[in-house]
Design a protein around this ligand. Structure first.
Ligand code: 13P
Length: 287
């Protein structure tokens, strides 16, 4: 079924797990992502950047995601990732996205609060969830770049004020992760996450999931991470597989021969991540 982010994080909270939020870059990779979630009986967040949404078309993405969610009976939220522009947010909401992120992390604290609040008012009256961001995620994603010197860790006391004032449904935190980090892994600041989690009562979000060590997942999930973003790992693997296939396949053979193996690669990674995100090695709240 087609759901909001809030529906899915509520579910995740009850089960002490996190919902995988995976960035799609083309329509090809989408069915395999949702089928991967189905095979594990898990919900999934599909997310797009503003540029991907414009490239494919907001309403085309909404139609395909809704169709797959209904047909496969998987709980899916469709989320707009890192939007800084109100027009893009309106376009996504009008087209039927069920969740959006307003990224005001580059703004002064009060301005981030004020603008996030406006977005929350607009989105909530239309039944759409909102993720805000406080502190910054390092690295580069879709043209947004944060250098190591400009990286700002989220302060717990700011998080309290931000969540209270904006009423966001989820909060992306800066705890040492970086977007696009696929050649190495980062040291996540778990004590800082614990501190934030102890003072705010809102689902927390990991960005830059590709660069997070898998052995750190349980501790992150046990400390309030309810949405876990993974993008670059899918992109890199899809592209590598497609490159190899294109190099070997005759130009007059159907594109299927190049695209299906790349889609399968993405599906396997999604399944691998979701299995870890379900946190089954840990005591769930149901036991
Ligand atoms: P990665 O591409 O580094 O996995 O990060 C994804 C993300 O956080 C999307 O906002």
């Amino acid at each position: 079924m087609y759901k909001t982010l809030k529906d899915l994080t509520n579910q995740a909270e009850k089960l002490n797990m996190t919902v995988g939020a995976f960035n799609m870059h083309n329509l090809e990779m989408l069915p395999g992502m949702i089928r991967g979630a189905k095979e594990l009986g898990a919900p999934i967040v599909i997310q797009t950047s503003v540029d991907t949404a414009k490239y494919i078309g907001y309403s085309v993405i909404v139609a395909v995601v809704k169709q797959l969610a209904n047909e496969l009976m998987v709980d899916v939220a469709l989320h707009l990732d890192h939007a800084r522009d109100f027009d893009a947010i309106k376009d996504a909401i009008d087209a039927g996205y069920s969740s959006i992120m307003f990224d005001g992390s580059n703004l002064p604290f009060k301005e981030n609060i004020a603008k996030t609040k406006l977005v929350v008012e607009y989105a909530h009256t239309r039944g759409v969830s909102v993720e805000g961001e406080l502190g910054t995620i390092g690295g580069t994603e879709e043209g947004i770049s944060v250098s190591e010197e400009d990286k700002v860790y989220t302060r717990a006391e700011d998080a309290v004020v931000f969540v209270r004032e904006t009423e966001v449904d989820a909060l992306a935190v800066g705890i040492g992760t970086n977007h696009g980090q696929f050649k190495s892994k980062t040291d996540v600041q778990v004590p800082l996450l614990k501190e934030i989690h102890s003072v705010v009562d809102v689902p927390l979000v990991i960005h830059g999931g590709t660069g997070v060590k898998e052995e750190d997942y349980p501790e992150l999930i046990n400390n309030g991470i309810r949405k876990f973003n993974v993008g670059t790992e899918l992109l890199v693997n899809w592209t590598q597989e497609a490159k190899e296939c294109f190099a070997e396949t005759a130009v007059n053979k159907s594109l299927r021969h190049n695209i299906i193996p790349a889609n399968e690669k993405v599906k396997e990674i999604v399944k691998h991540k979701i299995a870890l995100f379900m946190n089954l090695g840990e005591k769930s709240n149901l036991e």
